[in-house]
Structure formats: C-alpha cells, structure tokens
Design a protein around this ligand. Structure first.
Ligand SMILES: [Zn+2]
Ligand SMILES: [Zn+2]
Length: 162
C-alpha cells in the first residue's frame, strides 16, 4: 500500500519520494508517486467518498484499480448532495427622480407623488422635488414640450397600468 502520509504537504510528500529512491529499480516508487501526485487522486483522498473514488477509476488514464478498490471498501462516506439555497431577492426601493430619498418601498405602496410627462420622458418624484423642478423648467430641453404635471395619491402600479 501507499507509504505516504497525506496530512503532509505536497512538498513533504515529494521529499519523501526523493528519499525513497535509492538508485535501484525505482519503477514501483515512481509509479506510486505518479499516482499520489495526481490532483484528482489527492482530492479523492481528501473527500474519501465512494462516488469520488468510482469517478476517479473512470477518469484516470491508468487508474490504480486495486488501490482504488481498497479505498472504496474502507470508506462508508458518500457524497451529500446539498440542496442549493437561494438568497431572497432584495426588494428594491423606488427612488425619487431628483433626490436620493425613497419614493416608496414597492410598486404597491399608496403614496403621494408627482408624475411629470413630456414627449420623451415620464418621471416620478416627491411632490416637493417635482414642484421645485417645474418652477425652473416648464419645458423639456430635449423635446421642447411643456411638461404635463399630475399629482397622485395612489400606488405607482396603478399609474403604470393606466
Ligand atoms: Zn425627491
Ligand atoms: Zn421631453
């Protein structure tokens, strides 16, 4: 069986390998090192699950079948398929067009707000923010249309459906 301690670092394992070479016929030692330096093999050592070993048997070019079988026979660990957890989607607050304050928490909130329309744009703002804007800008710079201003006390959704 393997004479390596897998709690050691890869470098230490390699140093042990060098120590084991004594100038004689090193085929076995070389082969052993080739196997244990395979990253897939090392992952299997770490996981030590039946499924990982079985997969390794199929995926390695020259799988050390007897060795893998002996690992399989000694472990009773199986891969746990963990159900993925999803993060709850954050509700996005809806912001006023002109200031960083929220206009409402969601489209269903009943709120007081201004709708300012022209040919090219439609914006929703706090009443004060919208009025301040309209006082300075009666016309749209882009389409030259006079703004159509409506005050609502309802949800944004009910306006957007209209
Ligand atoms: Zn505002
Ligand atoms: Zn416009």
């Amino acid at each position: 069986m393997l004479k390596y301690n897998f709690n050691e670092s890869n470098l230490d394992i390699y140093r042990n390998y060098l120590k084991n070479i004594d100038g004689k016929d090193n085929k076995d030692i070389d082969l052993e090192y080739m196997i244990i330096s395979d990253p897939q093999f090392l992952t299997c050592i770490k996981n030590n699950c039946v499924e990982s070993w079985k997969y390794l048997k199929k995926s390695m070019k020259i799988p050390p079948t007897l060795l893998i079988d002996s690992f399989i026979s000694k472990t009773n660990k199986h891969i746990d398929l963990i159900q993925p957890t999803y993060q709850r989607r954050k509700k996005n607050k809806i912001h006023c067009y002109f200031c960083p304050e929220k206009l409402c928490d969601n489209m269903e909130d009943k709120i007081k707000f201004l709708e300012i329309k022209c040919n090219c744009n439609k914006i929703y703002t706090h009443i004060k923010c919208g009025n301040d804007f309209i006082l300075k800008n009666a016309q749209c710079d882009v389409c030259k249309e006079y703004y159509d201003v409506n005050q609502y006390c309802s949800s944004l959704r009910s306006i957007l459906i209209m």
